[in-house]
Ligand binder design. Structure first.
Ligand code: NAD
Ligand code: LMR
Length: 363
């Protein structure tokens, strides 16, 4: 497969997938190779390229070569640590998606992955700082624990002088909303083809995940017990997959689906097909110096005092987050406000602190 980088020009939208040979990385790359084709066809003269990087050379070479035979107009290259592969994958990438790192086994929490994955993500952050345009890149982090690793990445990039890093780094929590939608439909016993949308805010782990059933159409038909069971199932849905895989990892296919959906929005933005995108993303609301991320962040920060990072609806433009939307949070019902949110904030604050302390102590 030819190396592609040398041929790039300004019409190319380049996505780097770091950890591309893994369970999520391979499935996500397949969904991008196939799912982005309509965007390219809609934009004559445009080109989308996907650079797949992994420390496992044979696995990434195999996956990329395999994908490159698919007849869609999205080009693919593969990169491994030998041959300056990380630099080649990141150079001129506008969108970087990171599923690199170890997954859980039964009996583990996401926090048990922190020590190993923090080192991986910090190393990738250093490379992003060295090879990407930090004023324009979008970095989408999948690796767990998201609650702690987004702070590691943001603060590592900031340490490299990326003043605006927080506006460009996003933790992916979409899988929680995907599950919430599916599980609410199950709970309602509905056979409608319309999936009910459930906003989910907070973090991505256990009770830091806050499904806002008060704002989900149809959820008011559930009994209090059914509602409690549904919230718990959304918060611990990841465990169902970890247990079913019985030592062979955690969710990969559903995560790839969730990540592909949001990555496609960033591609549309980068291609100039839309002026802005809207989604719920885990972002830094305000930094240690009290600087707010964007208009609207203050309202959210007031509703979740004590946490700097939170998954919340945002608007993103080519220059990063342009607006933070607190309307959903402001409309929480009494149970969500008095029960779910305080537990989320307490545990999320500890997760965030763990990430920040790790960065402060790291070489
Ligand atoms: P996996 O083990 O199948 O794949 C991970 C890949 O990362 C492997 O191919 C490995 O070689 C690669 N890798 C390791 N170190 C690397 C480095 N320094 N640079 C590049 N690649 C590197 O794991 P998976 O099932 O794909 O899960 C990946 C991560 O995603 C895990 O941490 C998991 O917990 C997390 N995850 C997050 C969500 C979410 O909702 N955010 C959902 C599911 C899984
Ligand atoms: C998930 O929610 O499926 C992921 O975070 C993976 C995990 O460890 O559960």
């Amino acid at each position: 497969m030819p190396h592609y980088l040398e041929e790039q020009d300004s019409h190319v939208t380049k996505i780097a997938v770091l950890g591309a040979a893994g369970g999520i990385g391979q499935s996500l790359s397949l969904l991008l190779k196939t799912g982005l084709a309509p965007l390219v066809l809609r934009s004559p003269g445009s080109h989308v390229h996907m650079a797949m990087y992994d420390v496992n050379r044979d696995a990434v070479a195999g996956a990329a070569t395999d994908l490159s035979h698919i007849d869609t107009p999205v080009s693919v290259s593969f990169h491994a640590p030998d041959d300056a592969g990380l630099e080649r994958a990141l150079t001129r990438a506008q969108i970087v998606v990171i599923p690199a790192g170890v997954p859980r086994k039964p009996g583990m929490t996401r926090d048990d992955l922190f020590a190993v994955n923090a080192r991986i993500v910090a190393g990738l952050g250093d490379a992003i700082a060295a090879h990407c345009d930090l004023a324009h890149v979008a970095v989408l982090l999948i690796s767990n624990p998201v609650n702690s690793l987004v702070p590691v990445l943001v603060e590592r990039l900031a340490a490299h002088g990326a003043e605006q890093a927080a506006r460009h780094v996003f933790g992916l929590t979409q899988l929680d909303a995907v599950r919430a939608s599916t599980f609410l439909r199950d709970a309602l016993g509905s056979d409608s083809h319309d999936m009910p949308l459930v906003p989910v805010v907070g973090g991505h782990s256990g009770d830091t995940i806050v499904p806002l059933l008060s704002q989900a159409p149809g959820a008011d038909a559930l009994s209090p017990d059914a509602r409690r069971a549904l919230v718990h199932r959304v918060q611990y849905g990841g465990d169902e997959v970890v247990q079913a895989k019985n030592g062979a990892g955690s969710a990969t296919l559903s995560m790839a689906y969730a990540a592909a959906r949001v990555t496609a929005k960033f591609v549309e933005l980068q291609m100039g097909l839309v002026p802005e995108l809207h989604d719920t993303l885990y972002v830094q609301l305000r930094d240690a110096r009290g600087r707010l991320l964007a208009p609207g962040a203050e309202q959210v920060a007031e509703l979740v005092p004590g946490v700097e990072y939170f998954s919340v609806p945002v608007t993103v433009t080519g220059k990063g987050v342009s607006h933070v939307h607190g309307e959903l949070l402001a409309r929480m019902d009494a149970h969500e406000r008095a029960q779910l949110l305080p537990v989320c904030v307490k545990n999320l604050a500890a997760n965030i602190r763990a990430g920040q302390e790790w960065v402060a102590a790291a070489p």
